[in-house]
Design a protein around this ligand. Structure first.
Ligand code: 13P
Length: 254
């Protein structure tokens, strides 16, 4: 069985002191939680402070992005070895906001995922269609292209341990308009099928597929009950301890 994985993607929110206040609460409230893996993704500047505060807890520190080169003349970028050095254990790559506003492509997302894995991090590879693509009946084609690029060159043994897919329909992000559990499950099952084709059954069954897009305490349990939804990538509702804790608890199996 897959252990669900719930990650709070804080995006461009929280000063260092605000970040520390939130993770201190999470550490207190989730210290004893069983059956679910938990992570938070602060901004780069808060990442090291957060990781230090989370030492001794099972809550993972994640980055929101990761560049594909390790060092060099790449002003503004942060590499996987540097993130690992700062205390990150996972990197989110290919978030739709990076694709929309910062030029990430299926190919560059693959480079970032490979760099994260080579640097010893886990990679949370984000996929998801825009509203116009869904309305045009292209959801699965879009997701297929994103998966092909994002997982290009990744070895099955590594994927089984350290790759997570996050399905985040862009029309559901920050809009309050969640995909229904059935809509999400349809795409998650399709992703699982593609993972079987690429990696074989055993690895495909081990890889967790998170859902993201307006996940809240009120809808988390129904989403997590779907067979192929293995946790959540939570934006807005991860900024308040009470909401995030409730979502983590809703993701526990049984
Ligand atoms: P919201 O939960 O705010 O819709 O954001 C989802 C998301 O983009 C997480 O990565």
């Amino acid at each position: 069985m897959r252990t669900p994985f719930v990650v709070g993607n804080w995006k461009l929110n929280k000063t260092i002191s605000e970040a520390l206040a939130l993770v201190t609460e999470l550490k207190n409230q989730l210290g004893a939680v069983k059956g679910v893996a938990v992570g938070v993704a602060p901004t780069f500047v808060a990442l090291n402070s957060v990781a230090k505060r989370l030492e001794g807890s099972s809550i993972a520190t994640c980055s929101q992005d990761c560049f594909w080169e390790n060092t060099g003349a790449f002003t503004g970028e942060v590499s996987a070895p540097m993130l690992a050095d700062a205390g990150a254990t996972w990197a989110i790559v290919g978030h739709s906001e990076r694709r929309q506003f910062f030029g990430d492509t299926n190919e560059s997302v693959g480079k970032k995922a490979r760099a994260a894995l080579a640097g010893g991090l886990g990679a949370i590879v984000c996929v998801g269609e825009m509203l116009a693509e869904r309305d045009a009946g292209r959801t699965l084609d879009v997701v297929d292209a994103q998966l092909a690029g994002g997982l290009d060159g990744i070895d099955g043994a590594v994927a089984a341990q350290r790759v997570v897919i996050a399905y985040e329909p862009v029309w559901a992000i920050g809009t309050g308009r969640t995909a229904t559990p059935a809509q999400a499950q349809e795409v998650h099952a399709h992703i699982r099928k593609r993972l079987v084709e690429k990696f074989g059954q055993a690895t495909a069954q081990a890889v967790r597929i998170q859902y993201g897009g307006s996940v809240k305490p009120s809808n988390a349990e129904a989403l997590m009950a779907e067979a192929d939804i293995d946790g959540a990538l939570v934006g807005g509702a991860s900024l308040e301890a009470a909401d995030f804790v409730a979502i983590v608890k809703a993701a526990r199996p049984g």
